[in-house]
Design a protein around this ligand. Sequence first.
Ligand code: ATP
Ligand code: MG
Length: 256
Amino acid sequence: MAKIFCVANQKGGVGKTTTAVNLAAGLAQHNQRVLLVDLDPQGNATMGAGVNKAELKTSIYEVLLGMSDVNEARKRSETGRFDVLPANRELAGAEVEMVELDNREKRLKNALAAVEAEYDFMLIDCPPALSMLTLNGLCAAHGVIIPMQCEYYALEGLSDLVNTIKKVHANLNPDLKIIGLLRVMFDPRMTLSQQVSAQLEEHFGDKVFKTIIPRNVRLAEAPSYGMPGVTFDPISKGAQAYIAFGAEMVERIKSI
Ligand code: ATP
Ligand code: MG
Protein backbone atom coordinates (compact mmCIF):
# COMPACT_ATOMS: atom_id res chain seq x y z
CA MET A 1 0.00 0.00 0.00
CA ALA A 2 1.21 3.47 -0.84
CA LYS A 3 2.58 5.84 1.75
CA ILE A 4 0.93 9.19 1.18
CA PHE A 5 2.62 12.51 1.94
CA CYS A 6 1.55 16.12 1.63
CA VAL A 7 4.12 18.70 0.68
CA ALA A 8 2.68 21.66 2.54
CA ASN A 9 3.48 25.14 3.81
CA GLN A 10 0.92 27.91 3.61
CA LYS A 11 3.67 30.37 2.72
CA GLY A 12 3.89 30.98 -1.01
CA GLY A 13 6.97 30.29 -3.08
CA VAL A 14 8.90 28.26 -0.51
CA GLY A 15 9.65 25.34 -2.83
CA LYS A 16 6.64 23.01 -2.31
CA THR A 17 6.10 22.26 -5.98
CA THR A 18 9.81 21.96 -6.76
CA THR A 19 10.06 19.48 -3.89
CA ALA A 20 6.97 17.47 -4.88
CA VAL A 21 8.03 17.15 -8.53
CA ASN A 22 11.69 16.40 -7.86
CA LEU A 23 11.04 14.03 -4.98
CA ALA A 24 8.64 12.15 -7.30
CA ALA A 25 11.38 11.92 -9.94
CA GLY A 26 14.02 11.11 -7.30
CA LEU A 27 11.90 8.28 -5.89
CA ALA A 28 11.31 6.94 -9.40
CA GLN A 29 15.10 6.70 -9.77
CA HIS A 30 15.09 4.46 -6.70
CA ASN A 31 12.55 2.24 -8.50
CA GLN A 32 9.59 3.44 -6.45
CA ARG A 33 6.15 3.65 -8.06
CA VAL A 34 4.93 7.21 -7.54
CA LEU A 35 1.72 9.15 -8.06
CA LEU A 36 2.17 12.93 -7.91
CA VAL A 37 -1.12 14.59 -6.94
CA ASP A 38 -1.48 18.24 -7.97
CA LEU A 39 -3.81 19.86 -5.46
CA ASP A 40 -3.07 23.46 -6.50
CA PRO A 41 -5.20 25.32 -9.09
CA GLN A 42 -1.96 26.94 -10.30
CA GLY A 43 -1.18 23.55 -11.89
CA ASN A 44 2.57 24.07 -11.49
CA ALA A 45 3.31 20.48 -10.50
CA THR A 46 1.34 19.31 -13.55
CA MET A 47 3.36 21.51 -15.91
CA GLY A 48 6.64 20.73 -14.14
CA ALA A 49 5.99 17.03 -14.71
CA GLY A 50 5.57 17.71 -18.43
CA VAL A 51 1.77 17.41 -18.58
CA ASN A 52 -0.01 20.27 -20.35
CA LYS A 53 -2.64 21.65 -17.99
CA ALA A 54 -4.41 23.41 -20.86
CA GLU A 55 -5.19 20.11 -22.60
CA LEU A 56 -6.76 18.10 -19.79
CA LYS A 57 -10.06 16.35 -20.49
CA THR A 58 -10.36 15.27 -16.88
CA SER A 59 -8.40 16.47 -13.88
CA ILE A 60 -8.41 16.28 -10.11
CA TYR A 61 -11.34 18.70 -10.16
CA GLU A 62 -13.72 16.10 -11.61
CA VAL A 63 -12.26 13.49 -9.26
CA LEU A 64 -12.95 15.56 -6.15
CA LEU A 65 -16.48 16.29 -7.27
CA GLY A 66 -17.19 12.62 -8.05
CA MET A 67 -17.61 13.12 -11.80
CA SER A 68 -14.57 11.01 -12.67
CA ASP A 69 -12.08 8.71 -10.99
CA VAL A 70 -8.31 8.70 -10.54
CA ASN A 71 -7.86 5.95 -13.09
CA GLU A 72 -9.46 8.10 -15.78
CA ALA A 73 -7.80 11.39 -14.83
CA ARG A 74 -4.21 10.32 -14.22
CA LYS A 75 -1.46 10.95 -16.77
CA ARG A 76 2.11 9.73 -17.16
CA SER A 77 5.07 12.05 -16.69
CA GLU A 78 7.32 10.64 -19.40
CA THR A 79 10.13 12.96 -18.33
CA GLY A 80 9.91 11.94 -14.68
CA ARG A 81 8.81 8.27 -14.84
CA PHE A 82 5.89 8.72 -12.46
CA ASP A 83 2.12 9.21 -12.75
CA VAL A 84 0.36 12.54 -12.23
CA LEU A 85 -3.14 13.39 -11.10
CA PRO A 86 -3.19 16.76 -12.85
CA ALA A 87 -4.80 20.10 -11.99
CA ASN A 88 -5.63 23.37 -13.65
CA ARG A 89 -7.56 26.55 -12.82
CA GLU A 90 -10.87 24.69 -12.72
CA LEU A 91 -9.78 23.29 -9.35
CA ALA A 92 -10.32 26.69 -7.72
CA GLY A 93 -14.06 26.09 -8.17
CA ALA A 94 -13.91 22.85 -6.21
CA GLU A 95 -13.09 24.81 -3.09
CA VAL A 96 -16.60 26.29 -3.12
CA GLU A 97 -18.47 23.40 -4.71
CA MET A 98 -17.20 20.84 -2.21
CA VAL A 99 -18.71 22.72 0.72
CA GLU A 100 -22.11 21.31 -0.15
CA LEU A 101 -20.96 17.70 -0.48
CA ASP A 102 -20.89 14.90 2.09
CA ASN A 103 -17.54 14.03 3.60
CA ARG A 104 -16.07 17.13 2.03
CA GLU A 105 -12.71 16.85 3.83
CA LYS A 106 -12.23 13.23 2.79
CA ARG A 107 -13.00 13.34 -0.90
CA LEU A 108 -9.36 13.09 -1.96
CA LYS A 109 -8.68 10.29 0.53
CA ASN A 110 -11.60 8.27 -0.77
CA ALA A 111 -10.63 8.86 -4.40
CA LEU A 112 -7.00 7.82 -3.87
CA ALA A 113 -8.00 4.62 -2.08
CA ALA A 114 -8.93 3.06 -5.43
CA VAL A 115 -5.32 3.12 -6.70
CA GLU A 116 -3.40 2.85 -3.42
CA ALA A 117 -2.17 -0.66 -4.18
CA GLU A 118 -0.55 0.47 -7.43
CA TYR A 119 2.00 2.81 -5.85
CA ASP A 120 4.74 2.92 -3.23
CA PHE A 121 4.38 6.67 -2.73
CA MET A 122 1.78 9.33 -3.37
CA LEU A 123 2.98 12.93 -3.06
CA ILE A 124 0.41 15.71 -2.77
CA ASP A 125 1.49 19.20 -3.82
CA CYS A 126 -0.63 21.56 -1.69
CA PRO A 127 -1.58 25.17 -2.51
CA PRO A 128 -0.16 28.03 -0.41
CA ALA A 129 -3.16 28.24 1.94
CA LEU A 130 -4.76 26.35 4.79
CA SER A 131 -7.87 25.88 2.66
CA MET A 132 -10.43 23.12 2.01
CA LEU A 133 -8.10 21.76 -0.67
CA THR A 134 -5.17 21.57 1.75
CA LEU A 135 -7.48 20.03 4.33
CA ASN A 136 -8.33 17.31 1.81
CA GLY A 137 -4.61 16.72 1.34
CA LEU A 138 -4.01 16.47 5.09
CA CYS A 139 -6.92 14.07 5.55
CA ALA A 140 -5.59 11.80 2.80
CA ALA A 141 -2.00 11.66 4.04
CA HIS A 142 0.07 9.66 6.49
CA GLY A 143 2.42 12.57 6.94
CA VAL A 144 3.53 16.04 5.98
CA ILE A 145 6.80 17.17 4.44
CA ILE A 146 7.36 20.86 5.14
CA PRO A 147 9.82 22.63 2.85
CA MET A 148 11.27 25.81 4.29
CA GLN A 149 13.88 28.39 3.49
CA CYS A 150 16.42 29.12 6.19
CA GLU A 151 15.66 32.81 6.50
CA TYR A 152 14.59 35.10 9.28
CA TYR A 153 10.83 34.79 8.71
CA ALA A 154 10.88 31.05 8.07
CA LEU A 155 9.59 30.09 11.49
CA GLU A 156 6.81 32.65 11.38
CA GLY A 157 3.68 30.91 10.18
CA LEU A 158 5.12 27.50 10.95
CA SER A 159 3.07 27.42 14.17
CA ASP A 160 -0.18 27.95 12.18
CA LEU A 161 0.69 24.97 10.03
CA VAL A 162 1.71 22.86 13.02
CA ASN A 163 -1.56 23.75 14.81
CA THR A 164 -3.61 22.85 11.75
CA ILE A 165 -1.80 19.51 11.52
CA LYS A 166 -2.50 18.88 15.23
CA LYS A 167 -6.20 19.67 14.79
CA VAL A 168 -6.52 17.41 11.75
CA HIS A 169 -4.68 14.68 13.67
CA ALA A 170 -7.07 15.04 16.62
CA ASN A 171 -10.34 15.33 14.71
CA LEU A 172 -10.10 13.91 11.24
CA ASN A 173 -7.00 11.84 10.57
CA PRO A 174 -5.26 10.07 13.47
CA ASP A 175 -2.56 8.78 11.06
CA LEU A 176 -1.27 12.25 10.29
CA LYS A 177 2.15 13.32 11.53
CA ILE A 178 4.89 15.70 10.56
CA ILE A 179 7.47 13.57 8.77
CA GLY A 180 10.00 16.31 8.58
CA LEU A 181 11.17 19.80 7.76
CA LEU A 182 13.16 20.05 4.56
CA ARG A 183 15.67 22.86 4.21
CA VAL A 184 15.43 24.18 0.64
CA MET A 185 17.04 26.93 -1.47
CA PHE A 186 19.90 26.71 0.97
CA ASP A 187 22.85 29.04 0.52
CA PRO A 188 25.74 27.83 2.70
CA ARG A 189 27.63 31.11 2.17
CA MET A 190 25.03 33.01 4.16
CA THR A 191 25.65 33.13 7.88
CA LEU A 192 21.92 33.60 8.46
CA SER A 193 21.13 30.36 6.61
CA GLN A 194 23.59 28.51 8.81
CA GLN A 195 22.11 30.05 11.96
CA VAL A 196 18.47 29.33 11.08
CA SER A 197 19.43 25.82 10.00
CA ALA A 198 21.13 25.20 13.36
CA GLN A 199 18.07 26.60 15.20
CA LEU A 200 15.79 24.23 13.29
CA GLU A 201 17.95 21.26 14.28
CA GLU A 202 17.96 22.41 17.89
CA HIS A 203 14.16 22.83 18.09
CA PHE A 204 12.96 20.00 15.89
CA GLY A 205 15.75 17.41 16.29
CA ASP A 206 15.31 14.40 14.04
CA LYS A 207 12.20 15.98 12.49
CA VAL A 208 14.68 17.90 10.32
CA PHE A 209 15.65 15.87 7.26
CA LYS A 210 19.38 15.23 6.89
CA THR A 211 19.30 16.13 3.21
CA ILE A 212 19.60 19.84 2.46
CA ILE A 213 18.46 21.16 -0.93
CA PRO A 214 20.80 23.90 -2.19
CA ARG A 215 19.73 26.92 -4.18
CA ASN A 216 20.43 25.76 -7.72
CA VAL A 217 19.36 27.53 -10.89
CA ARG A 218 18.95 24.26 -12.83
CA LEU A 219 15.99 23.38 -10.57
CA ALA A 220 14.37 26.70 -11.46
CA GLU A 221 15.03 26.31 -15.20
CA ALA A 222 13.71 22.76 -15.53
CA PRO A 223 9.93 23.50 -15.36
CA SER A 224 10.04 25.62 -18.53
CA TYR A 225 11.19 22.45 -20.34
CA GLY A 226 8.39 20.42 -18.73
CA MET A 227 10.94 18.36 -16.86
CA PRO A 228 11.80 17.71 -13.22
CA GLY A 229 15.26 19.11 -12.39
CA VAL A 230 16.27 15.56 -11.49
CA THR A 231 15.98 14.45 -15.12
CA PHE A 232 16.71 17.83 -16.78
CA ASP A 233 20.24 17.99 -15.38
CA PRO A 234 20.87 14.85 -13.33
CA ILE A 235 24.40 15.80 -12.28
CA SER A 236 23.49 19.28 -11.02
CA LYS A 237 23.77 19.83 -7.28
CA GLY A 238 19.99 20.37 -6.99
CA ALA A 239 19.17 17.11 -8.80
CA GLN A 240 21.69 15.18 -6.72
CA ALA A 241 20.16 16.58 -3.53
CA TYR A 242 16.63 15.51 -4.49
CA ILE A 243 17.88 12.03 -5.46
CA ALA A 244 19.52 11.82 -2.01
CA PHE A 245 16.28 13.03 -0.44
CA GLY A 246 14.45 10.22 -2.27
CA ALA A 247 16.83 7.71 -0.67
CA GLU A 248 16.27 9.33 2.75
CA MET A 249 12.48 9.02 2.32
CA VAL A 250 12.72 5.35 1.27
CA GLU A 251 14.70 4.76 4.46
CA ARG A 252 12.42 6.97 6.60
CA ILE A 253 9.17 5.18 5.68
CA LYS A 254 10.51 1.94 7.13
CA SER A 255 10.03 3.44 10.58
CA ILE A 256 6.66 5.16 9.96
P1 ATP B 1 3.48 28.28 -4.41
O1 ATP B 1 3.28 28.61 -2.96
O2 ATP B 1 3.17 29.42 -5.33
O3 ATP B 1 2.82 27.01 -4.81
P2 ATP B 1 5.88 26.78 -4.06
O4 ATP B 1 6.00 26.75 -2.58
O5 ATP B 1 5.32 25.58 -4.73
O6 ATP B 1 5.09 28.06 -4.55
P3 ATP B 1 8.00 26.64 -5.98
O7 ATP B 1 7.10 26.99 -7.11
O8 ATP B 1 8.50 25.24 -5.90
O9 ATP B 1 7.34 27.08 -4.62
O10 ATP B 1 9.29 27.56 -5.97
C1 ATP B 1 9.20 28.99 -6.02
C2 ATP B 1 10.28 29.50 -6.96
O11 ATP B 1 11.57 29.17 -6.46
C3 ATP B 1 10.20 28.88 -8.33
O12 ATP B 1 10.56 29.85 -9.30
C4 ATP B 1 11.24 27.77 -8.30
O13 ATP B 1 11.76 27.49 -9.57
C5 ATP B 1 12.29 28.37 -7.41
N1 ATP B 1 13.02 27.34 -6.65
C6 ATP B 1 12.50 26.39 -5.84
N2 ATP B 1 13.46 25.64 -5.28
C7 ATP B 1 14.64 26.12 -5.74
C8 ATP B 1 16.01 25.79 -5.52
N3 ATP B 1 16.36 24.80 -4.70
N4 ATP B 1 16.95 26.52 -6.16
C9 ATP B 1 16.60 27.54 -6.98
N5 ATP B 1 15.33 27.90 -7.23
C10 ATP B 1 14.35 27.22 -6.63
MG1 MG C 1 3.47 25.36 -5.70
